[in-house]
Design a protein around this ligand. Structure first.
Ligand code: GLN
Length: 498
C-alpha cells in the first residue's frame, strides 16, 4: 500500500510532540467522554430506573467494568493478528456508537444489549489507540513518556466532561438524551479518527497487508477480517448473558487471566531470549498494576459510599457535592498536572537524572499510599454525626493523582517499549486486563468494607471505612517498597529500555 508519509518522517518530528499525537488525543478524548459518561450513569440508572437493589447494581456495575477491560486483551489480539490497529479502532468505535444508540433508543428494554455492544467496542478501540501513540516514537526516544502523559490528559478531559454532563442530563432531563449524547461524542471521536488517520502513514495497517500482495493474499486477508467482524457480533449474546449474571463474572475472571498468560507464553516461543526477558519485565509491571487499580478503583465503589455518608459538602468554602468531587477531582488534577509531570520527566532526562520506569512505578505506589493515608486521616476531623472534611478528602485525591501519573501513562508507554512489534496490542490488552482484575478486586475489597459497616451508626461507619483505607495505605506502601527493591533485577530484564 502506498503511503504519503513514512514511519521515519513521523518519528523524526521536531519539538516536544508529533502532530499525530494531537489527533489521537482528540479521538481518545471523545471516546473517553462517551465511555465515562456511560459508566457514570450505570449504577444510578440501574438503581433508580431499573429498580435493582444497591448490591445487585454494584455487582453488575463491577461486572461491566471487568468485562470492558478484559475485552481489551481480545481486541488487542485481533489487532495484532488480523485487523491492525486502525481497522480495530474503526470497528470498535462503530460498535460503541451502535451500543449507545441502542441505549438512547430505549435504555431500559435494551440495557444489556447496548452494554454488550459497548463492551466489545471498547475492547477493539481502547488498547489499540494507546499502542498507536507508542508507535509515533522511535525506540529510546526520551519524549515518549511525555507524549503518553499528554495523551493521558486527553483521556481525563473526556472523563471529566462526560462524567459530569451525561449523568446530569440523565438525572434532570432525559435518559434518552444522556445516552444519545454518548452516541454523538463517540461519532465525533470516530470522524476525527477517519479524517486524520492518513497522517499515520504505515502505523496501524493490517499486519497481513503487504506491498505487492497477490489477489489471493488480498482475498484471504479480507475473509479473515470479515470473520473477525462477524465473530465479534456473534459473541454479543454471550456477553449479555455473562454480564447480566454477575456470578458468571467470577468464572470468566478465573479463565481469562490464565488463558492470556498461556497465550503469551505460547507466543514467546517465537521470540529471542532478549525479547522474552523484556516480556517478563512487562508482566511484572502488569501484575503490580493490578494492585494499584484495585485500590484506585475504590473511587467508583466504597469511596462513593464514603463520600455520600461521611463527607461535608464544601471545598475551600465553595459548596460542592461530595460524590461529584469524588468522581471528578482526580480527572481535573490529571488535566492540570499531566503536562507538568511530563515536563519534569523531560527536564530530568536532559539532566540525565530521570528515574527509570520501575522507580516511577514504585513512586506511584508511594503516592497511592499517601493518598489513602489522608483518607484514613479524615477520621480525626469528624463531627459527632460522622461527617468529615471534604477539603482533606480532595487533598487525598490530589496526592493519588501524582501516583496515577507515575504509573498509568508510563505503564502504557513501557508496554509499547517492551513488546516486539508483533505482539504490541496484546501486551497493551494485557495491561488493561490488569485493570479488569483491579476492578474486580476493587469490588470485593469495597464490598468487604461496606459489609463490615452494616447496621453501624454513621460515625462508626466513618471509623470502619477510614481504618479500611489505612490498611490499603499500608499495602500500597509495601508494594512501592518492594517495587523499588526489585528494580535492579527487573532493570536487567529490560536491558536497553529505560
Ligand atoms: N483512566 C484511564 C483510562 O481510562 C486508565 C484506566 C485504567 O487503566 N484502569 O484510560
Amino acid at each position: 500500500m502506498k503511503q504519503s508519509v513514512t514511519l521515519e518522517q513521523i518519528q523524526d518530528f521536531k519539538g516536544k510532540y508529533p502532530k499525530q499525537l494531537w489527533y489521537l488525543f482528540f479521538s481518545e478524548m471523545w471516546e473517553r467522554f462517551s465511555f465515562y459518561g456511560m459508566r457514570g450513569m450505570l449504577v444510578y440508572f440501574m438503581v433508580n430506573e431499573m429498580m435493582m437493589k444497591d448490591d445487585v447494581a454494584n455487582l453488575q456495575y463491577g461486572a461491566t467494568q471487568a468485562f470492558v477491560y478484559a475485552f481489551t486483551f481480545i481486541g488487542g489480539l485481533f489487532a495484532d493478528k488480523i485487523l491492525g490497529f486502525r481497522k480495530s479502532l474503526f470497528w470498535g468505535g462503530l460498535l460503541m456508537i451502535i451500543g449507545s444508540c441502542i441505549l438512547a433508543f430505549d435504555p431500559k428494554a435494551y440495557f444489556f444489549l447496548g452494554i454488550g455492544f459497548t463492551i466489545i467496542g471498547t475492547g477493539f478501540f481502547k488498547p489499540n489507540i494507546s499502542t498507536m501513540v507508542g508507535n509515533l516514537y522511535k525506540n529510546g526516544d526520551a519524549r515518549t513518556d511525555a507524549g503518553f502523559s499528554l495523551f493521558y490528559s486527553g483521556v481525563n478531559l473526556g472523563a471529566l466532561l462526560g462524567g459530569y454532563s451525561c449523568i446530569y442530563l440523565g438525572k434532570f432531563y432525559s435518559w434518552h438524551v444522556a445516552f444519545g449524547l454518548a452516541a454523538i461524542v463517540m461519532t465525533i471521536s470516530l470522524v476525527t479518527f477517519i479524517f486524520t488517520q492518513k497522517s499515520l502513514g504505515p502505523i496501524g495497517l493490517s499486519p497481513l497487508a503487504k506491498d505487492g500482495d497477490t489477489k489471493e493474499a488480498d482475498k484471504s486477508r479480507k475473509l479473515k477480517e470479515y470473520l473477525t467482524y462477524a465473530g465479534s457480533l456473534a459473541i454479543i449474546p454471550f456477553i449479555i448473558i455473562l454480564v447480566s449474571n454477575p456470578e458468571y463474572t467470577d468464572i470468566f475472571m478465573y479463565i481469562i487471566g490464565p488463558a492470556s498468560l498461556i497465550y503469551l507464553f505460547y507466543e514467546m516461543r517465537n521470540f529471542s531470549l532478549s525479547e522474552n526477558k523484556k516480556l517478563i519485565a512487562a508482566l511484572v509491571f502488569i501484575i503490580f498494576s493490578i494492585f494499584f487499580w484495585a485500590f484506585f478503583e475504590q473511587s467508583g465503589g466504597s469511596l462513593s459510599l464514603f463520600a455520600a455518608n461521611n463527607l461535608t459538602n464544601t471545598v475551600c468554602g465553595i459548596p460542592l457535592d461530595a460524590n461529584g468531587v469524588n468522581n471528578s477531582a482526580n480527572s481535573l488534577f490529571v488535566i492540570v498536572f499531566a503536562a507538568l509531570v511530563g515536563m519534569i520527566w523531560l527536564w530530568m532526562s536532559k539532566k540525565k537524572i530521570e528515574p527509570n520506569t520501575l522507580v516511577k512505578f514504585g513512586l506511584g505506589f508511594l503516592f497511592l499510599a499517601g493518598g489513602f493515608y489522608v483518607f484514613y486521616y479524615t477520621k480525626f476531623f469528624a463531627d459527632t454525626d460522622g461527617r468529615t472534611s471534604l477539603d482533606l478528602f480532595t487533598f487525598g485525591w490530589f496526592i493519588i493523582t501524582f501516583g496515577e501519573l507515575c504509573l498509568s501513562p508510563i505503564g502504557m508507554s513501557v508496554m509499547t517499549k517492551l513488546s516486539p512489534q508483533k505482539t504490541q496490542a496484546v501486551m497493551m490488552g494485557m495491561w488493561f486486563l490488569a485493570s479488569a482484575y483491579g476492578q474486580y478486586f476493587a469490588g470485593i475489597l469495597g464490598a468487604n468494607i461496606s459489609v463490615a459497616s452494616e447496621n453501624a451508626t454513621n460515625f462508626e461507619k466513618l471509623i470502619i471505612y477510614a481504618d479500611g483505607y489505612k490498611q490499603l495505605a499500608i499495602y500500597a506502601l509495601i508494594a512501592g517498597v518492594v517495587m523499588i527493591a526489585i528494580s535492579p533485577l527487573i532493570k536487567k530484564l529490560m536491558q536497553d529500555v529505560k
